[in-house]
Design a protein around this ligand. Structure first.
Ligand code: AMP
Length: 567
């Protein structure tokens, strides 16, 4: 397929902010999309592979600037100054290509296959000469691109497509294109996406209009799947109302979610963001091989850090550094070991268990996991319909330094990627949010050169809305915790606009913050501001789709008001 056709689709998608119109445009496109062009679906989300695949483009602005310069014959400094004045590197490429095209008359036809081919080579490159090879792969694309094509090639490369398309928009467009928008099928398509994390695989089936085939899609060992998500309740009583009686109650451990796949002797570990972290946790691989019975399985668990000397459990932020760690794995493993708390099972010895009841799955967990405290255990659990017993269990969990409890519906299936009422979390009233950094400001005095105040945003549909600024909770020095310096380094490659001391960045870095109060505020686009926000941890394991939503902010704001009145 010609890349121009895709670029034109991007253009018409960005010409409207209305979701329904976007779905309509996309649905027409999907009707005509042939099976051989199915990989274009990845490009629509700014990716080159399905979501479960870890290979992402990962190209810095600097590299793209060099390639634009080579392709257009304009020197890098000029490209940078254009970027500062226009603020969008894609637009810069478009403008400079336009100027060039007036003089040269060459025109190669660029196809989506070629774009994917070159972009897919980028994450493969390693070792000496990598940078030059990357630049020439990009330059090759830009040289044959028309202005509008350069715009979207550049935006794809830097991970900032700006067309306002999410997975759910593509799902709805599939529904409209092939099933006349029949609402009852939406969930079936979504389930298939959650199971496979591969839009093209789902597209192959819906294109043939075979809705029944979708439910036959299987989870596969070794291919990460989205985890089932929890809803919140305030009290045990409310929890029972949602999950029914009797229910299972479990400790809510304060670690990070780990999905464990095993087949024969191979073990793979994935975060809830579908990232493979097997190399970072060699001890976990060991425990799985030694202490869990079965030839093949997928387990759902929480990995919790503890102090190797005192055996005291540690809050998430202390082990978060292990998730991204690429070197000195053994050293950090000895300092910050983890205990695995297994709480669910999705697949066992050749059979998917997604449709089985939680009661059955949970029983199986307890049969196959050999408990070894401080290594691997099945999560602490009671099954009860008695509110008093449940309250006592909750108190005990808090006494044992855990975050709270989970309440689970005993009859419920495992619903990947969904936040339905099968699983409820209850923790003491605490004012904390997971937010994404969308901007910042360089500091002055001893903090000059570092970004020392960060703009935080919550999620609302496809958008991120500002809700406050945070500058406390960070360390001055690198080895004391998360420092300004470290965060500045993380932020620099994500900068999309710079004006004086202020920068805007791509939403990528998720952080946990606490605050004292939510206020209404005209200053920020969410309409709310946090009073006294304080940074507590980086959350590299949380995807953007799971950060605090505007709805949750509104709900907490209302609750806060109620507490003032009656509390
Ligand atoms: P939250 O991250 O606040 O939405 O809380 C839900 C998370 O709690 C899950 O994603 C798990 O990572 C974690 N968790 C801790 N203990 C359990 C448990 N026993 N069952 C399920 N999830 C748990």
């Amino acid at each position: 397929m010609r890349y121009l056709k895709l670029a034109e689709l991007y253009e018409s998608l960005s010409s409207t902010t209305k979701r329904l119109e976007k779905t309509d445009i996309l649905s027409k496109f999907l009707k005509e999309l042939s099976e051989s062009d199915r990989d274009v679906l990845y490009l629509l989300l700014g990716d080159i592979y399905p979501e479960y695949n870890e290979k992402k483009i990962g190209i810095s602005n600097q590299l793209v600037i060099k390639a634009i310069s080579k392709a257009t014959g304009v020197n890098s400094d000029k490209v940078v100054s254009e970027w500062k004045s226009i603020g969008d590197l894609g637009k810069v490429a478009e403008k400079l290509t336009k100027n060039k095209k007036q003089i040269t008359l060459q025109s190669h036809i660029l196809t989506t296959e070629k774009v994917l081919e070159n972009m897919r080579k980028l994450p493969e490159l390693e070792g000496k000469g990598t940078v030059d090879k990357k630049i020439s792969l990009i330059t090759e694309l830009l040289t044959s691109a028309s202005p509008v094509e350069s715009l979207y090639i550049v935006r794809t490369l830097i991970g900032d497509l700006r067309i306002g398309i999410k997975e759910s928009t593509i799902r709805d467009a599939m529904l409209n294109a092939f099933f006349e928008g029949r609402k009852e099928f939406a969930e079936k398509i979504q389930d298939a996406i959650n199971k496979t994390n591969d839009l093209a695989e789902v597209f192959d089936i819906v294109k043939k209009r075979k809705i029944g085939e979708l439910s036959k899609l299987k989870v596969e060992i070794g291919k990460p799947i989205k985890v089932m998500l929890a809803q919140k309740a305030k009290t045990i009583k409310e929890g029972f109302e949602i999950v029914g009686k009797p229910a299972a109650l479990e400790y809510k451990y304060d670690g990070f979610r780990l999905l464990i796949h095993k087949k024969g002797n191979d073990v793979a570990l994935f975060t809830r963001r579908l990232e493979n972290v097997t190399k970072q946790f060699p001890e976990v691989v060991d425990y799985i091989k030694k202490y869990v019975k079965g030839d093949s399985f997928i387990l759902d668990s929480e990995a919790v850090g503890f102090d190797s000397k005192t055996k005291e459990y540690k809050p998430f932020q202390s082990i978060s550094q292990r998730i991204k760690r690429k070197y000195d794995i053994e050293k950090i493993q000895n300092e910050l070991p983890v205990e695995l708390n297994i709480f669910d099972i999705l697949f066992y010895n050749g059979k998917s268990l997604l449709e089985e009841s939680f009661a059955k799955r949970s029983k199986l967990v307890r049969e196959i996991v050999k408990n070894q405290p401080y290594k691997i255990i099945s999560s602490k659990q009671i099954i009860t319909d008695d509110e008093k017993k449940a309250e006592a269990f909750y108190k005990q969990a808090l006494k044992d330094n855990q975050e709270g409890v989970m309440m689970k519906n005993l009859d419920a299936p495992y619903d990947p990627g969904k936040r339905v009422g099968n699983m409820i979390k209850i923790k003491p009233e605490e004012r904390d949010f997971d937010l994404v950094i969308t901007g910042g400001e360089y500091g002055t005095g001893k903090r000059s050169g570092w970004i020392s105040s960060f703009i935080l945003s919550c999620r609302s549909g496809d958008k991120f809305l500002e809700i406050g600024k945070v500058g406390t909770g960070f360390k001055e020095k690198k080895d004391e915790g998360v420092s300004f310096e470290e965060l500045t380094e993380k932020i620099k490659p994500l900068i999309t606009e710079e004006k004086g001391k202020e920068v805007k960045i791509k939403p990528k870095i998720v952080v946990a913050v606490t605050y004292q109060e939510i206020q209404k505020s005209p200053t920020y686009s969410s309409g709310f501001a946090l009073r006294f926000p304080r940074f507590t941890a980086l959350r590299p394991d949380k995807p953007l789709s799971e950060i605090t939503s505007l709805k949750e902010v509104e709900k907490d704001f209302e609750n806060q008001k109620r507490n003032w009145q009656y509390g």
